[in-house]
Design a binder for this molecule. Structure first.
Ligand code: ADP
Ligand code: MG
Length: 234
């Protein structure tokens, strides 16, 4: 059976600025991602990785080309429709965690459920479950400044998965973590990919982290330079 496509990018271009400040961040990116896949995106700084992730995350629109999400042409959606797509199908993890500082772990994780208008009781139950799933049982009522960097990234991961997104986008999720903590986050993402079937697209510049993925897509100068299946040790 052919795998279902979740993301299809066709000839994406993105231009920022104009005149002397004009930057071609993407120069024709085409990429298919199967549902259930785990893709690592690598490449030098400035090669267009984050620009591409922002477009896939419906946080930005391309200058040219097409983005299909499960056969839906994202470029044809209204702002409200693309906000709904983001809320209902996508989860995000960033390098800087982006947690609300004076707000407990469980309240941070509840936030995306508020936007989905889930009631208070269900919200709390789902957030507690997500924190359990990322290994933070017992830490639910701690605030971010009472948690280590690795724990904060786990809270951010719980917040990203509490809505059970079809697609999880992670831009340098281990960028602020030491090696041991980075491997723990990668084990966590690998587990979520396997057990919940969440498709993951992750930007990383660390080859050791990219190897957790099934496929490595290499960006260079706004183009995809290579797209290879990761050889796993037996
Ligand atoms: P990467 O994530 O691979 O480091 P980016 O996608 O962030 O690369 O950036 C690609 C290019 O686009 C860079 O030259 C960057 O300076 C430029 N760029 C990215 N975002 C913007 C923006 N909002 N305005 C102007 N230029 C941008
Ligand atoms: Mg980047």
């Amino acid at each position: 059976m052919a795998a279902e496509l979740i993301v299809r990018l066709q000839g994406l271009t993105k231009v920022f600025g104009e005149g002397a400040g004009r930057v071609e961040a993407l120069r024709g990116v085409s990429l298919d991602i199967d549902a259930g896949d785990f893709v690592a995106i690598m490449g030098p700084s400035g090669s267009g990785k984050s620009t591409c992730m922002n477009i896939v995350g419906c946080l930005d629109a391309p200058t040219g080309g097409h983005y299909l999400f499960r056969d839906v042409d994202v470029g044809a959606l209204s702002q409200d429709q693309s906000a709904l797509l983001r809320r209902h199908y996508l989860g995000f993890i960033f390098q800087g965690y982006n947690l609300l500082p004076r707000t407990s772990a469980v309240e941070n994780v509840e936030l995306p459920l508020i936007y989905r208008q889930v009631g208070a009781k269900d919200r709390r139950d789902l957030a507690m479950k997500a924190l359990f799933d990322v290994g933070l049982k017992g830490w639910e009522h701690h605030k971010p400044n009472e948690l280590s960097g690795g724990q904060q990234q786990r809270v951010a991961t719980a917040r990203a998965i509490v809505t059970e997104p079809a697609l999880l986008l992670a831009d340098e999720p281990t960028g602020n973590l030491d090696t041991a903590r980075s491997h723990e986050i990668m084990e966590l993402l690998t587990g979520l990919n396997r057990t919940k079937g969440i498709t993951i697209v992750m930007v990383t510049h660390e080859p050791d982290m990219a190897r957790y993925a099934r496929r490595i897509v290499q960006f260079k100068d706004g183009l995809i330079e290579a797209n290879d299946i990761v050889e796993k040790a037996a």
